[in-house]
Ligand binder design. Sequence first.
Ligand code: NAD
Length: 481
Amino acid sequence: MQMIKNYINGELIEPISGTYSNNYNPSTGKVYSLIPDSDEKDVELAVKAAETAFPSWSVTPKEERSRILLKLVSLIERDLHKLALAESTDNGKPVKLATLVDIPRAASNFHFFATGILHDSTEAHLMEDKVINYTIRQPIGVVGCISPWNLPLYLFTWKIAPAIAAGCCVVAKPSEVTPMTAYLFSELCIEAGLPKGVLNIVHGFGHKVGSAITAHPKIPAISFTGGTATGAQIAKVAAPMFKKLSLELGGKNPNIIFADCDFENALKTTIQSSFANQGQICLCGSRIFVERPIYEKFRDAFVEKTKKLVVGNPKDEKSNLGAVVSEAHMNKVLSYIELAKEEGGKILAGGHRIILDGDLSEGWYIAPTIIEGLSFDCRTNQEEIFGPVVTIMPFDTEEEVLAYANSTQYGLAATVWTENLTRAHRVAGKLQSGIVWINCWLLRDLRTPFGGMKNSGVGREGGFEALHFFTEAKNVCIKIA
Ligand code: NAD
């Protein structure tokens, strides 16, 4: 059985306690590797390594930092199929999705920030004749990066790439539910010649490793992606220590479909935005609002297409959906389907676990589920489910659908389908959402700000905002006599 190791000070090492926990393959429900059950002692080692590396890494010329990061890009690309298979085995997602999206995006994250640092600039402000201000941005020091299980290597690299590119040294913790690709990535860091201590990966549970990173006095900035409740816990610890915080949290995204939309395009894309990655993307639309004149036509076509989706072996090219990430998560999603029924919802498609044959019979599969007949403010429509479950509801007016869309505590992403550009622009302006897609979904330009309003987060990732998060701005004011 494969033993995952921590990556500290440039070496792959065992946790100090010598203890491990089980790592499951969601497609079979069986343990297939062991993950270090690290604790605050391992975090301490990692912080020391990062502190030692920082003075040199922070002044390493950008061209040199860029060169090493670009080497990592080519190694990720070289290992595309190995990494995609590992991601699929660890997470349950179709290997096809990992090959087309997760792993290429991990390479793009590094490419983007490796080249971004070469093009960043600082401001200068002239005051009258003889006073010049210029602003410098210095890497903040040792930073903590904590990531979730839904897009494991994709979201892990989305944090560590800008941190390292900016000249920081990192203590990182991938999700304990999906540690494998971060482990394989640590092997690539060694091969790429990343100086020891620049990146340290400590595997283990959130309440041990994550909280030790959050509370560590030598870590002045935390970049976190995960659930809203965890984000609140991190903020509670980090805020009184005046740490810089970037929090990317939960969502309950609306998908608004007006009667004048391009019907086929809206239908096809809504299938993807509902069920891609088993609905476990923070940007998936889980509340579908359809304008009444096309409600029945859209609903029926959507149900028909959903029933044709294949839930199966993630390794099979024909599978549209694989397994959800864990047994606990499967049970949580199924409990929300029961709640929806209690709240008066009618199941139009799915609504149950799927048991596959043979080796996969204990895997954690859920049929893509559509629920009708719920009010916008019931628990099913207010709480994050994060699985292959969507609700569908009709609406009559723009004001009404905006009130529905904005009614949750979340504000991460929204999708609007209309051929009326004026309306699209107006609705986009009124949605309480950090990201609005008009007539598309998941189109990502890495230069744009990424993040949520309300309880979906604090701060933005992406573009120079991400690089700047890992720096302190310092203004230097010079008076020339
Ligand atoms: P989670 O909050 O349970 O865990 C996220 C990470 O935090 C894991 O590495 C975990 O070990 C760690 N952690 C747990 N408790 C901690 C603590 N007390 N202190 C420090 N770290 C701790 O989230 P999850 O279940 O892994 O991921 C699913 C959630 O992530 C969903 O809510 C989803 O919406 C959200 N998400 C948000 C975005 C975004 O960009 N906004 C992207 C992906 C996922």
